[in-house]
Ligand binder design. Structure first.
Ligand code: SF4
Length: 347
């Protein structure tokens, strides 16, 4: 069905209402009414297909802004999105993010058809460790409780005792009875966890595997020192996937959701966001009165998502776009995530 000129114009104006604020565009585009008119037929088509198929589109905060504000039903971090997918009881879930996130949605919503726009959208962190690697590690530390960060594959979750997010990792590990923790797959978050437990006076041995996020690993304390010199009053906001040196030099360290809340509820002349650039784009739309400094670090995997691929995945998904997980692994991975729900703080 071809959209009428009027429908395209109305859609372009809707898109422009949000996208006009995006200065930090991953492809360097300036969002004006003309650029919005170009994508409007596609967002209209996707939103129509979505309704016809009883689908929901989940968009991680790191994907391109036209996905987040053009077609997404929910936007946020992987945990929030998977919970929303579960609550929505959709027949079809399109996960515009990376593959491990779509796997988490499938683990929690097994009856839904979960599709990814691009099967190559991996993750340097999640892909650093598979189930076999973890089984080998576990054999070296048989007495350790295995804690996996949610940024991990389904088979790693299936081999772990409890899953955590960047928002609840400190609380959950602090309250586990075990003294020895095998934390996978993020070495840097494991180091930050070790430092935080020490600060809290909690004695635990934290053993980590060697994965890192290729985006957050890149920031250094030098970036912060330089920015503070140039921008007095600057607040530096970092994700716990950054190095401990960066975490120590920042004003606030927290999950994607916590970082957004911090910016929205503090008053500072400038903010330096040490995370993927997409989050800055979201903040520019949702808090246009705030000023952000610093360059853009992009996750190449997240940027494999596009409106065209979302449309094609909805219309007729190829087998490689459909997420499947053997039931035995799914059930074990679901147990690991349920454990997190039981142990996470309730606030
Ligand atoms: S930003 Fe880092 S953790 Fe997130 S998907 Fe990209 S590589 Fe993985």
């Amino acid at each position: 069905m071809i959209a009428t000129d009027d429908a395209v114009e109305i859609e372009a104006e809707r898109l422009f209402g949000s996208l006009m604020h995006v200065e930090c565009d991953p492809r360097g585009r300036t969002w004006n009414l003309d650029t919005c008119r170009e994508i409007a037929p596609l967002t209209l088509e996707i939103n129509r297909l979505k309704k016809e198929q009883g689908a929901v589109i989940l968009a991680h905060s790191y994907v391109e802004p036209e996905i987040i504000y053009g077609v997404a039903d929910f936007r946020g971090d992987s945990y929030f999105l998977s919970m929303k997918a579960k609550e929505a009881r959709a027949k079809v879930i399109v996960f515009a993010g990376v593959v491990f996130m779509a796997e988490t949605a499938k683990i929690l919503s097994p009856a839904a058809k979960v599709v990814v726009p691009d099967r190559q959208s991996g993750c340097s962190l999640a892909d650093s460790l598979n189930g076999d690697d973890l089984r080998k590690l576990k054999s070296l530390y048989p007495d350790a409780t295995v804690v996996c960060y949610i940024n991990s594959t389904a088979d790693v979750k299936a081999e772990s005792d409890v899953c955590v997010t960047s928002g609840n990792v400190y609380h959950i590990v602090e309250h586990l009875p075990a003294k020895r923790i095998l934390f996978v797959p993020d070495r840097l978050m494991g180091q930050n966890l070790r430092d935080e437990l020490k600060r809290r006076g909690v004695q635990k041995e934290i053993i980590t595997s060697d994965g890192t996020c290729m985006v957050h690993d890149e920031f250094g304390p030098g970036d912060i020192a330089l920015a503070r010199e140039r921008y007095p009053g600057l607040k530096v906001v970092a994700h716990p996937e950054c190095t401990p040196e960066v975490a120590a030099a920042s004003d606030f360290v927290g999950s994607t959701g916590a970082m957004m809340k911090y910016v929205k509820t503090t008053g500072a002349p400038y903010y330096l966001m040490l995370t993927e650039c997409g989050l800055v784009g979201r903040l520019q739309v949702e808090s246009p009165e705030k000023a952000f400094i610093g360059g853009c670090r992009l996750c190449p995997y997240m940027k494999l998502n596009s409106l065209e691929k979302i449309r094609d995945a909805l219309k007729s998904p190829r087998p490689d776009q459909i997420i499947t997980i053997p039931e035995e692994i799914r059930l074990k991975a679901a147990r690991c995530i349920e454990r997190m729900f039981e142990l996470a703080p309730t606030d």
